[in-house]
Design a protein around this ligand. Structure first.
Ligand code: PEP
Ligand code: MG
Length: 756
């Protein structure tokens, strides 16, 4: 049963045309369930109906033309109830809808199951039979399992289909955009530039071609290149491996030389597939033929066929990728966007970011915000192999991305972009004005930074220092741990960005979604694992070198403050203070001079720490609230997981209560506190935090001027009742609405949506 299920779902993934894929599913499901009819309907939410997309058993002429309203018929009932509906005689059911075109007179029993993706009913799959009896439990279980698996496969196929239709305007488009999680606000126009470090057959989305000659050349060149690589490899290996093992390379050579592979691939190209797809089809066929052979030796050759196919595939794709120039305006597209990928593309060319993985507070999103680049993450249905070079528009407010947009969409977004630029110019006009409210309350606005390129952005901005310097970013874009002197040079730059103003340098906070390429950490729950201070306390040699570099950089500057991430217990702080003291003493002795003792602070981001504010305040000089992690840990929602992005919110009453508690505790124990999580950079968050009594914030450079503008256009009296008002609400969306309305009343609505 499992293998049948897998085969059916694979069919959807393999077929380039959605209609064809669904047709195969209907056929296979009907066969497997030994029933007389299987049909698939897809939801059209704009028109509020289900459209019959495929059937094996109803009239083929009704496909694409029969639509059943969301509140009509048994199909509509399945969607409404969001559960299977099993009826022995459909004709006697009050919801039975007479639809003569489908010609279903022969059938009596009906079983339908909803196809659900990301909480939304995207379709219904039904089976029908002439006997008047309920479908038995095993059939219901099978259909429900199949429908559950089809949800994401159909969403993927629809996304692919929408992209193909955008390329061929003569085809009617069902969906015009893909939706992900908005990670960094703003509008961007550019051309998709896909970076795909590892490519395999599973990533190949079938693509057709009109240029058969070019695809044949591409395939032949890839085979030649693979043969050359194998020759080099076999010479290298023959000195290391016994001769019978290195003979495998002869087999590989034979396979590549053998005309069958070449001929079969070329046949597929002639039938209209591009080189990569043709190769995928042939390799899959060969593997399936070989795995059915009696002879075990031949059966085992399946691995070799896959390996050789993989090598040729890489050369086909590499050739395509290496030839392409970096577009003038790049929208970077990747499975998971990393700091080093961002570093590869010249800043002035990088316009936007799309990532399959990640969510609104992943570190990739934070980097994008630091650079002021719109970003969309969690685009789980994005077919990567299909996108390179496409014209792209990103809406970093709503999380929508448009590939090959039509002229209406382009014009709409051009207008929004102009309005956004006007807003940007407007906020620039207050760049050198103080951060204070209309009634003169002083607010401290510092910057969050970490990217070396950041300092360019940061330099022109009048800020109260750096509230959070994420030191791990420079560690992530290297091939090994940076040396003490390399670190020292970097830290000097950070300290020089704002002479005389405090720079909060956080000790290494790797782990979670910030892996070091040269220090792999494999964990089931990385955000609950060996992260931040937990790792560096286990490796004091890393922490000591870092602290020494910070202290050295601080010589003749004196504006360093050290910030400790992921603190959970007082003992961790004691241990860190001991190591900082040790580094300080060693350096003083080495350099034979007195060094300033920097202030030390603790990040409040692990919930346990907020209940120890009294104890911790006796040990350290200040606190900084990391709302990104605090929210993640309070709500038990992975900040990096797009599936639960709708649950990740700073505006949950529990999070707001914790923030109120922190403000009160810090006041009680007379210890300065600031907010360095991304919440402070959001207009809604800023207003709420101000109403809770916070007056010190640190945020990405992109948000700082907007925050200053907002502060300069509000009085404390405007927000005096905000905390009280939101305290009655239990729904984060209702809380956001209250604050959004307040922003609108104050004429500041342009900061929370695209356009003015
Ligand atoms: C936070 O957790 O809020 C924070 C500022 O740190 P990071 O986002 O780097 O984890
Ligand atoms: Mg954190």
């Amino acid at each position: 049963m499992l293998t049948t299920l897998k085969r059916i779902v694979d069919e959807v993934n393999r077929q380039p045309v959605l209609e064809k894929a669904l047709e195969r599913v209907a056929q296979l499901a009907k066969q497997t369930m030994q029933t007389e009819c299987c049909s698939i309907y897809l939801a059209d939410h704009d028109n509020r109906h289900y459209l019959l997309m495929a059937t094996d058993g109803l009239s083929p002429n009704s496909v694409g033309s029969v639509a059943i309203g969301f509140d009509e018929g048994l199909v509509g009932l399945v969607g409404e109830k969001e559960e299977p509906v099993n009826v022995a005689n459909a004709r006697f059911h009050p919801r039975f809808l007479i639809t003569p075109q489908v010609k279903e007179d022969a059938y009596n029993s009906f079983l339908g199951a909803p196809i659900i993706h990301q909480r939304q009913v995207v379709g219904v799959i039904s089976v029908q039979h002439s006997t008047q009896s309920f479908f038995d439990e095993s059939k219901v279980a099978f259909l429900v399992t199949l429908a559950a698996q089809l949800g994401s496969a159909i969403a993927h196929a629809e996304a692919r289909d929408a992209l193909d239709r955008a390329e061929h305007p003569e085809l009617k488009s069902r969906a015009r955009s893909l939706k992900g999680v908005a990670g960094s606000s703003g509008i961007a126009f550019g051309h998709a530039y896909v970076i795909q470090p590892h490519i395999s057959f599973a990533d190949i989305v079938p693509r057709r071609t009109h240029n058969i000659g070019r695809e044949i050349v591409r395939f032949k060149q890839a085979v030649k290149k693979t043969q050359q690589e194998l020759k080099v490899l076999s010479v290298k290996m023959s000195s290391i491996l016994p001769s019978d093992t290195s003979a495998i390379f002869d087999v590989y050579h034979y396979m590549l030389n053998d005309d069958t592979l070449g001929e079969r691939v070329q046949e597929q190209i002639h039938s209209g597939w591009n080189a990569a797809t043709a190769l995928k089809i042939v390799i899959e066929e060969l593997c399936s033929e070989f795995s059915q052979m009696e002879d075990s030796y031949i059966r085992e050759r399946v691995t070799d066929i896959r390996d050789i196919g993989q090598r040729v595939l890489i050369n086909i794709i590499k050739k395509e990728l290496s030839k392409r120039p970096i577009p003038d305006k790049v929208v970077l597209v990747a499975e998971e966007v990393t700091a080093s990928m961002l570093a590869e593309i010249p800043r002035e060319q990088l316009q936007g970011i799309c990532s399959v993985r990640g969510s609104n507070n992943s570190h990739a999103a934070i980097l994008a915000r630091a650079l002021g680049i719109p970003a969309i993450l969690g685009l789980e249905d994005l077919p990567l192999t299909n996108l390179d070079g496409r014209e792209t528009i990103i809406d970093g407010y709503s999380g929508q991305v448009f590939f090959n947009p039509d002229s209406v969409i382009s014009k709409e977004y051009q207008v929004l972009l102009v309005e956004e630029q006007e807003l940007e110019e407007l906020v620039q006009s207050i760049a050198d004005k103080p951060a204070e409210t209309k009634d003169g309350t002083q607010v401290s606005l510092a910057i969050n930074t970490g990217l070396a390129a950041d300092f360019e952005v940061v330099r022109g901005i009048d800020a109260d220092g750096i509230g959070l310097y994420r030191t791990e970013i420079p560690f992530m874009v290297r091939n090994c741990f940076p040396s003490e002197s390399e670190q020292c040079a970097l830290y000097q730059k950070a300290l020089d960005a704002y002479p005389g103003k405090s720079i909060n340098m956080r000790t290494l906070d790797v782990g979670g979604d910030k892996p070091l390429p040269y220090f792999p950490i494999e964990e089931d729950n990385p955000f609950l694992g060996w992260r931040g201070i937990r790792m560096t306390l286990d490796h004091p040699e890393i922490l000591l070198v870092q602290v020494r570099a910070m202290l050295k950089a601080n010589i003749d500057r004196g504006n360093l403050q050290i910030l400790l991430p992921m603190i959970t217990s007082v003992q961790e702080v004691d241990e860190c203070l001991r190591l900082i003291k040790q580094a300080h003493a060693e350096l003083e002795e080495e350099l034979q001079r007195t060094l300033v003792k920097p202030k030390v602070g603790v990040m409040l981001e692990v919930p346990a720490a907020i209940y120890q504010i009294g104890l911790l305040s006796k040990k350290v000089d200040f606190f900084s609230v990391g709302t990104n992690d605090l929210t993640q840990y309070l709500l038990a929602v992975d900040r990096n997981n797009a599936r639960v992005a709708n649950l990740y919110t700073y505006y949950h009453p529990g999070v707001l209560e914790a923030l109120k508690f922190i403000a009160n505790q810090c006041h009680k124990f007379n210890t300065p506190v600031s907010i360095c999580g991304e919440m402070a950079g959001e207009p809604i968050g800023l207003l709420i935090l101000m109403s809770l009594g916070y007056r010190k914030f640190s945020m990405s450079a992109q948000n700082l001027l907007k925050a200053k503008w907002i502060l300069r256009h509000i009085s404390l009296s405007d927000i005096a009742d905000l905390q009280h008002k939101v305290s009655f609400e239990t729904d984060p969306e209702a809380i956001k609405l209250i604050v959004s309305e307040k922003l609108d009343q104050l004429g500041l609505g342009g900061f929370i949506r695209a356009g003015k």
